[in-house]
Design a protein around this ligand. Structure first.
Ligand code: ADE
Ligand code: ZN
Ligand code: ZN
Length: 271
């Protein structure tokens, strides 16, 4: 996702995180503002662009070697290479965030990576190898020539919200929280975190990734990539996709809150 998506995931998480885990995260991040997670949610995207952070670029996705739209499937052993992927990164930084032997700076880094990677994992094209996660699929969106990946990351969310600032993210998160707490997501939300377990990170993150990967076949390119290159993706395709984008952002935020709660609880119990 772009800045808007990541910050929105973070604001949703800030709403559902326990007060105890929230004050721990604020202390580690040295930020007591009401944007303590949203402000750091895109740090990993800036870091990957630096010479020092280049190594972390593969950790933003897992390239499922499947065959959409005919078959979507994701297999951690098959699809996560030696250099790492989003699933192995979530496992690693979950351990590090909970490790009381590490410095505050190291714990902060782990939190910054986790907030970002749990967001990215929910973007279906970050769980897909086809044309480098859609980066190689040239399309037109609202009269602009771009690619399918950037439409999912950035342009479709921005079209929905009308901007990409932290204030825009806060507003979007507010409406997603309403849907989770009392609206369209209320019944399903409890199931979103069912079985999520920081003692079983690979299994949990693989389940999240498989769920997002399946959307590549049902929503992202149900009729193949060529069908997306015959005309403007706005408004028809946008309307078919935007509900899934909202669902994936809401889910990621809700899961992130529960994940940070679990990390903090286990950390305190060990002390
Ligand atoms: N680079 C390689 N594969 C990618 C993917 N699935 N998403 C984003 N960037 C990538
Ligand atoms: Zn992306
Ligand atoms: Zn990213």
């Amino acid at each position: 996702w772009g800045v808007l998506g990541h910050a929105t995931v973070a604001y949703v998480a800030q709403h559902y995180i326990s007060p105890e885990a929230a004050s721990w995260a604020k202390q580690v991040l040295n930020d007591t503002s009401d944007s303590y997670l949203a402000s750091i949610a895109s740090w990993a995207d800036n870091y990957r662009l630096t010479a020092a952070g280049k190594w972390s670029a593969p950790l933003h996705y897992i390239d499922a070697m499947d065959d959409p739209p005919t078959s979507c499937n994701l297999d951690y052993e098959r699809d996560c290479p030696e250099e790492g992927c989003s699933i192995s990164a979530i496992a690693n930084y979950t351990l590090r965030a909970g490790n009381s032997q590490l410095s505050t700076a190291q714990t902060a880094e782990a939190l910054k990576f986790l907030v970002h990677f749990i967001g990215d994992l929910a973007q279906p094209l970050h769980d897909e190898n086809y044309e480098v996660g859609g980066n190689g699929i040239a399309v037109t969106f609202n009269n602009y020539s771009d690619n399918l990946h950037s439409d999912w990351d950035t342009y479709m969310p921005a079209m929905l919200v009308g901007g990409s600032s932290l204030a825009d993210a806060k507003g979007w998160a507010g409406s997603l929280v309403d849907e989770i707490s009392s609206g369209a997501y209320k019944k399903q939300a409890k199931k979103w975190t069912k079985g999520d377990d920081i003692s079983n990170t690979i299994k949990t993150a693989s389940r999240w990734a498989s769920e997002a990967n399946a959307l590549v076949c049902t929503v992202v390119m149900p009729d193949g990539a060529a069908a997306l290159q015959t005309g403007d993706l706005y408004p028809g395709y946008y309307n078919s996709a935007i509900g899934t984008i909202e669902l994936q952002i809401a889910r990621a935020g809700y899961r992130l809150a529960n994940w940070l709660d679990q990390i903090y609880k286990k950390k305190v119990a060990k002390q």
